[in-house]
Design a protein around this ligand. Structure first.
Ligand SMILES: NC(=O)C1=CN([C@@H]2O[C@H](COP(=O)(O)OP(=O)(O)OC[C@H]3O[C@@H](n4cnc5c(N)ncnc54)[C@H](O)[C@@H]3O)[C@@H](O)[C@H]2O)C=CC1
Ligand SMILES: C[C@@H](CO)CCC[C@@H](C)[C@H]1CC[C@H]2[C@@H]3[C@H](O)CC4=CC(=O)CC[C@]4(C)[C@H]3CC[C@]12C
Length: 369
């Protein structure tokens, strides 16, 4: 990256490289970053699919490691030109403790920053989230907002709180001197709800629909817009940011970018039906079948049961007060900041994104048709 000799021999580290998004980032880098020499895939749990990548021209190094362990992170970062930090504990269902979420998402990110500083790695791309902005606990809508839209961000839940703290650490680290004296350049990408091949919650909804005889029951009004973005486009944004941030460090350093594409504005459930419909599922009801107050009660009951049962078993249903609030609050983005700052255009059209996701759902279990 620094000079022409190095230009053809880039070393990238992708933390969380075996996760839903991370795998797409790894595959995208291999397809779309011709200067790649080595890609290090760092994850707590390594996927078997990595083996198939090892026969290609780029060196693929699998590193089983934990971002909460500073020495493991430093060893993985040493010698890398770019770090794409996607690793995180994505938990809004109460599976992990708030302490663990903080350790992985905040302390883990701090470890990545310090490793860059200590080893002389100059470029850090952080996967943040729309959740660092909202929806907030007051249920204020964020309607087609952009990176500069004022919004009262109030975080009570451990996951968004941890993402907001980690994002701040990353942005504040921009400009710090790394080993050798050059400045660290950092950017944060904020995806809205990511969908596409490998999306676990989509799979869960599909299975639930199959169990219910091919039906899902509307719980959220169709008028509530929830922002969604295709995983391939989110991965592409990461690759582009990593590629462009050296040339445009003054413009891009310390910046946040929402991840966006041409996915339509719809409610969470109506959007899912774009994929689950062609797989044979039907969304019952043009309006929510249960009144909102009853859903609130059920969500609260689930939270209570989770707490009561915790000593015996992990009860973590999809519906809880937090997920209900997120699904029930309009949060959509409309921005072209990524296009203006680093020339981003979605790589996948809405039609492609939709088709790919449908094919994946169908291949997952076999269709309900
Ligand atoms: N899924 C979504 O809709 C959205 C996700 N994000 C962010 O994108 C990133 C990736 O999320 P997903 O791919 O959806 O989640 P995921 O759970 O599929 O992937 C996360 C990866 O991080 C790894 N990981 C977890 N703890 C680790 C640790 N201590 N050390 C090393 N690796 C660890 C996991 O093993 C997993 O492979 C996360 O930072 C998340 O906050 C942001 C917006 C939306
Ligand atoms: C009320 C239920 C009846 O069908 C629907 C519950 C759906 C929820 C499980 C999801 C609704 C919105 C999702 C979140 C949103 O897309 C934003 C996110 C960003 C992230 O960084 C991580 C994932 C998530 C919090 C995502 C999680 C699942 C929902 C709450």
């Amino acid at each position: 990256m620094a000079d022409s000799a190095q230009a053809q021999k880039l070393v990238y580290l992708v933390t969380g490289g075996c996760g839903f998004l991370g795998e797409h980032v790894v595959r995208m880098l291999l397809q779309r970053e011709p200067r790649l020499h080595e890609i290090r895939v760092f994850d707590l749990h390594l996927g078997p699919w990595l083996e198939d990548l090892k026969t290609g021209p780029v060196q693929v190094t699998a590193i089983q490691g934990d971002v909460t362990q500073a020495q493991e992170v430093t060893a993985a970062v040493a010698g890398a030109h770019v770090v794409i930090h996607t690793a995180g504990l994505v938990d809004v269902f109460g599976r992990a403790s708030p302490k663990t979420i903080h350790e992985v998402n905040v302390q883990g990110t701090q470890n990545v920053i310090e490793a860059c500083v200590q080893t002389g790695t100059q470029f850090l791309v952080y996967t943040s989230s729309m959740e660092v902005v909202g929806p907030n606990t007051k249920g204020h809508p964020f309607y087609r907002g952009n990176e500069d839209t004022p919004y009262e961000a109030i975080h009570k839940h451990p996951y968004p709180r941890s993402k907001a703290l980690a994002e701040r650490l990353v942005l504040e680290a921009n400009g710090r001197k790394v080993r050798g004296g050059l400045p660290l350049v950092t950017c944060a990408l904020r995806p809205t709800g990511i969908y596409g091949e490998g999306h676990q919650i989509m799979r869960d909804f599909y299975r639930q629909g199959l169990r219910l005889g091919g039906r899902l029951f509307r719980a959220v009004p169709a008028s509530v817009e929830h922002g969604r973005v295709y995983v391939g486009n989110v991965a592409w944004m990461h690759v582009l940011v990593a590629r462009e941030m050296k040339q445009r460090a003054a413009l891009m350093g310390g910046q946040v970018y929402f991840c966006y594409d041409a996915s339509p504005y719809k409610s969470y459930e109506d959007f899912n039906m774009e994929f689950l419909g062609p797989c044979g599922l039907r969304l019952v009801g043009t309006r929510p079948l249960l009144p909102y107050w009853l859903l609130v009660l059920l969500a609260a009951l689930n939270a209570l049961l989770q707490w009561l049962l915790r000593p015996l078993l992990l009860y973590a249903p999809l519906l809880n007060p937090y997920t209900l609030a997120v699904a029930n609050t309009t949060f959509t983005v409309s921005t072209n900041k990524a296009q203006r700052h680093f020339g981003y255009e979605p790589l996948f059209s809405w039609e492609d994104s939709r088709t790919r996701t449908i094919l994946w759902v169908k291949a997952t279990e076999g269709s309900a048709q």
